[in-house]
Design a protein around this ligand. Structure first.
Ligand code: 13P
Length: 253
């Protein structure tokens, strides 16, 4: 059985103070939740303080990216070991904003993934098609390429601990979520590919999250899809009550 995961990607929102206040408010709202893995991904600056505020709770902490080298002359970059030591146990990789705004490619996502695994971080690897690609009938081919190249060199044992997030670019921050059927189709396709490339056992264990305009009002129908194991939430994860409601929407799956 795959444990559902609800992860909040805060993007470039929340100062250290705001992030700590959020976690302190979230703690009592989800203290009774078992069976859902709860993760928040603050900006680098707040990882340590958030990890301290979340210590001994059911809330995990994620970074939003990392550099693949251990250390070096890479101004502005942060390594896997650094975010791990700061208190992160997860890292989001290859988010479409990284790909379109900051030059991430499948190749660099793969490098970051290897560094994350070496540092014992749980990677959350994002894939997803643009509107143009969907309308051109290329969705599944695009997903295949992103998935295959991002996961190059990964073993079945490693895959079991990796999380993949399907985030259609046209659904991110637009208020236009994929329908449960669209998400379900993409997820079932992705799991089929994982089965083909890594074997049935590993593919069954790998969690597939949906991301793109997830809200308290649509989480239940999305997660009801057999291969949707949770959500990567942007905007709606910035408000404590709405994030807690989304976590609750994943209960009982
Ligand atoms: P929204 O939930 O704001 O659409 O963002 C989704 C996302 O990019 C999560 O990583």
């Amino acid at each position: 059985m795959r444990q559902p995961m609800i992860a909040g990607n805060w993007k470039m929102f929340k100062t250290v103070h705001e992030a700590v206040v959020f976690v302190k408010e979230l703690r009592p709202l989800v203290a009774d939740v078992t069976g859902v893995e709860i993760v928040v991904a603050p900006p680098f600056t707040a990882i340590h303080a958030v990890a301290e505020a979340a210590r001994n709770t059911n809330i995990g902490v994620s970074a939003q990216s990392l550099h693949w080298e251990r250390e070096g002359a890479f101004t502005g970059e942060v390594s896997a070991g650094m975010v791990r030591e700061a208190g992160a146990e997860y890292v989001i990789l290859g988010h479409s904003e990284r790909r379109t705004l900051f030059g991430d490619t499948d190749l660099t996502v793969n490098r970051r993934l290897m560094a994350a695994l070496a540092a014992e971080l749980t990677p959350i690897v994002c894939v997803g098609e643009t509107l143009e690609q969907r309308e051109g009938g290329q969705t599944l081919a695009v997903l295949d390429q992103q998935l295959k190249q991002s996961l190059d060199g990964v073993t079945g044992a490693q895959l079991a601990a990796i999380v993949v997030a399907y985030e259609p670019v046209w659904a991110i921050g637009t208020g236009r979520n994929a329908t449960p059927a669209q998400a379900g189709e993409a997820h079932t396709h992705l799991r089929g590919r994982l089965r083909q490339w890594f074997g049935a056992d590993a593919a069954e264990q790998c969690r597939l999250l949906y991301g793109g305009s997830v809200k308290p009002g649509n989480i239940a129908t999305l997660i009801a899809e057999a291969d949707v194991d949770g959500a990567l939430v942007g905007g709606a994860s910035l408000d404590v009550a709405s994030f807690a409601e989304i976590v609750r929407g994943a209960l009982g799956r």
